[in-house]
Design a protein around this ligand. Structure first.
Ligand code: NAI
Length: 391
């Protein structure tokens, strides 16, 4: 009988027939999900000789939800993910004007999914702007709940911003706001708890995957207490909780200033295994790194709370309205996100079958249009059928 995944004593409890909610997604979500689901099912069946099977349950969000229920993010969907812990989603159309600012942000906030995890690796055969793209194999841990993204800001010219600026000037002796009459103000909260739980997750991931280096990326040279705090608290976590691993030579924690990091990922990407970043820096670095190895169509991601077990795996690209419903989209982002999900629930053998099939596709020159560059382009279903035939 299908059962929900549970978290007991800090560990996920997954039966052979777990219930996993999925959100198909809008636009190309319709093209990629149906192909991906068939691939996940085949990989699980082959890897475990029919012993295991995922019970997929569809829940609505985005435009599809709005058209059917009048709501962009129905409560039922949130509750299903809250109860089932682990879910996967395609891209969602962002409502224009009013209401929810971003459905993805709403999901992350509701479930306190504090770690945005993005593994970035190169697949042989994929076009890259780098000379030696195979040297890029980096997992990003981006803090997901704090920083300038907390949405605490006031618009220039409003009564509210005037009150905030007056408070700074009169109560806090701030005299460095260059143009106080015409400034907008944003607040950047970075906490000890928020930084430590993210960095702890990055270190745990590194140790679990036999990766040695964890690098704290920050702008602490300028933003002493926020970015500098992130760096300081990161070293504290390492010293207080992972001393043994460091002494045994299994773990090395270092740091780098964010601008230098953006240079080094181009010049010497092999210097990094796992990197931990604050929210805004992590946003920039995620896209820069994804572009190094083939871009948007093949980069997977997940938003995770390692303490509660809640995790949403997702295609990192948008709904691609320009190619939606044309069977042209690259399914690799959702496929590789699904592989992260399988690894997360401990079903690595199934994930490996999918990853090695994608590798074989690329090595034999089988690409969707975004990566074909003038060569024969396979459709979403053509590319996916090749994978199904290899597994
Ligand atoms: P987009 O990622 O949808 O498209 C950017 C470009 O990349 C387009 O040329 C598109 O054709 C291409 N592309 C994207 N995914 C692809 C795939 N799987 N295979 C091949 N090519 C692909 O970004 P855009 O146009 O800025 O956003 C469109 C909609 O998606 C908006 O409503 C936006 O809010 C939403 N969006 C949702 C995200 C999510 O749910 N995670 C993330 C980003 C955008």
């Amino acid at each position: 009988m299908a059962e929900r995944i549970l978290m007991t004593n800090g560990k996920l409890k997954v039966t052979d027939n777990p219930i996993i909610p999925f959100i198909e997604g809008d636009g190309v979500g319709r093209d990629i999900w149906k192909n991906a689901q068939a691939i996940f099912d085949k990989a699980v069946e082959v890897a475990y000789g029919g012993q295991r099977r995922i019970e997929w349950q569809e829940f609505l969000a985005g435009k599809k939800a709005f058209d059917k229920t009048g709501e962009w993010l129905p409560q039922e969907t949130l509750e299903a993910i809250r109860e089932s812990l682990v879910a996967i989603k395609g891209p969602l159309e962002t409502p224009v004007g009013g209401g929810i600012r971003s459905l993805n942000v709403a999901l992350r906030q509701e479930l306190d999914l504090y770690a945005c995890v993005r593994p970035v690796r190169y697949f042989e055969g994929v076009a890259s702007p780098l000379k030696e793209p195979e040297k890029t194999d980096i997992t990003i841990f981006r803090e997901n709940t704090e920083d300038i993204y907390a949405g605490i800001e006031w618009e220039a010219g409003t009564v509210d911003v005037e009150r905030v600026i007056t408070f700074f000037q009169t109560e806090m002796n701030v005299d460095k706001i260059r143009f106080p009459k015409s400034s907008s103000i944003g607040i950047k909260p970075i906490s000890i708890e928020g930084s430590k739980r993210l960095i702890r997750s990055a270190i745990d991931y590194a140790l679990k995957n036999n990766l040695k280096k964890v690098t704290l990326v920050h702008k602490g040279n300028i933003q002493k207490f926020t970015e500098g705090g992130f760096r300081k608290w990161g070293y504290e976590v390492a010293e207080e909780e992972y001393k043994e691993e460091m002494l045994a030579g299994h773990l090395e924690v270092n740091d780098i200033i964010a601008d230098n990091f953006l240079q080094q990922i181009l010049l010497n990407p092999e210097k990094f295994d796992v990197v931990a970043l604050t929210n805004l820096n992590g946003d920039y670095a995620s896209d820069a790194l994804a572009a190094q190895v083939g871009g948007i169509g093949i980069s997977p991601g997940a938003n995770i709370n390692y303490q509660t077990g809640h995790a949403i795996f997702e295609a990192t690209h948008g709904t691609a309205p320009d190619i939606a419903d044309q069977d042209r989209a690259n399914p690799c982002s959702i496929l590789l996100s699904g592989c992260m999900l399988l690894e997360y629930i401990g079903w690595s053998e199934a994930a490996e079958l999918i990853i090695s099939s994608i590798e074989k596709n690329f090595k034999s020159g089988i690409f969707t249009a975004d990566l074909a560059f003038g060569k024969r382009a396979y459709s979403t279903s053509g590319f996916s059928n090749q994978i199904l035939s290899i597994i």
